[in-house]
Ligand binder design. Structure first.
Ligand SMILES: [Zn+2]
Ligand SMILES: [Zn+2]
Length: 323
């Protein structure tokens, strides 16, 4: 009840408007958004409360698609009242642990509490099938108990796996998902994803260095969600953090990507901060060479994409663990 009244109060607030992008602090109905994107986790391997592991929910038409399953994704889904049995497919960008450690919880606890009765479609790079087979083995005891004792559907504990190549990987009910290669060497392959629905486009970078391939696949995107990593200019090659920076995209490089793609809105997620630099530093360095719309992502921030691109910040502090 308390949560409902808070939602109603928040719904009355509309804060900022700039250009075609509305930034709302509300949950007021939009003009039937074609695509809704929710950042479930905007973090990295760092185990912090403010930014959970990498995971993004894309809801388009009848489809609810999850991209990566980092730490805490099931809890974030609960916060926005999306049950595991409503997830139509999971797409993995790559197999670094910060993108998959939430998967056992999503899958097993999700199955238990939602009583899902159908397998989960999982799309990912080579190695995905083997990893999921091992997970099935690791949790075989629990799965047996949940089926025999808790009477859960065995089908609900299964995966249907597709190991993908660059190209269209999913097409259902008007929603098209295209995987494209990004550069996260030596993690090969690593994918970004483009989601098209009803004339609108969302592009997710996954983990990548500056990538020309991403730029060509992201052309015409309404929303481009891109990773970023920041370190002091003085970071030396002998610094243990240097190789982390080299796996990712600096704010200056991201600005170059945004200038080439010209999305209606760019947003950062998977925020890597080295040696005490901050989100403000990332935005400052981005805006030095990019004057278009760009926003720093936060956990549970959502985007509604139709004729306008609206940003909705999560307000319910009580339930997020976010301070
Ligand atoms: Zn990675
Ligand atoms: Zn990562």
């Amino acid at each position: 009840m308390q949560r409902l009244s808070l939602t109603i109060i928040i719904s009355l607030l509309v804060l900022i408007s700039f250009g075609q992008i509305k930034v709302n602090n509300d949950k007021a109905p939009q003009n039937s958004p074609s695509i809704k994107v929710t950042l479930l986790g905007t973090g990295t391997p760092q185990p912090i409360m403010e930014r959970f592991g990498a995971s993004i929910l894309v809801q388009a038409g009848s489809e609810s698609l999850l991209f990566d399953a980092g730490r805490g994704c099931l809890q974030r889904l609960r916060q926005i009242n999306v049950s595991y049995d409503k997830i139509d497919a999971l797409f993995l960008t790559h197999l670094h642990s910060d993108h998959i450690t939430g998967l056992p919880d999503l899958w097993l606890t999700g199955w238990l509490v939602s009583k899902r009765a159908v397998p989960l479609d999982v799309f990912g790079p080579t190695g995905t099938r083997e990893m999921l087979n091992y997970l099935q083995k690791a949790f075989a005891f629990d799965i047996k108990m949940r089926v025999e004792d808790d009477k859960r559907s065995e089908d609900g504990s299964k995966f249907v796996v597709a190991e993908i190549q660059q190209g269209v990987v999913y097409e259902k009910n008007g929603v098209k998902v295209t995987a494209f290669l990004v550069d996260h060497y030596p993690v090969v392959p690593a994918f970004g994803y483009r989601i098209d629905y009803s004339g609108h486009t969302v592009v997710l970078s996954g983990d990548t260095r500056y990538s020309e391939n991403l730029i060509s696949f992201a052309k015409g995107a309404d929303l481009l969600i891109h990773e970023v990593a920041i370190a002091p200019d003085t970071l030396s090659k002998s610094d243990p953090q240097y190789h982390i920076l080299m796996h990712h995209t600096t704010p200056e490089q991201a600005a170059k990507v945004f200038n080439k793609v010209q999305p209606r809105l760019a947003a950062y997620s998977h925020i890597v901060k080295i040696h005490g630099l901050t989100e403000a530093d990332i935005m400052k360095r981005t805006k030095a060479t990019y004057s278009g719309p760009v926003i720093m992502g936060e956990d549970l921030m959502s985007f509604s994409i139709s004729d306008t691109v609206s940003v909705n910040k999560w307000q319910n502090e009580k339930n997020t663990g976010i301070k």
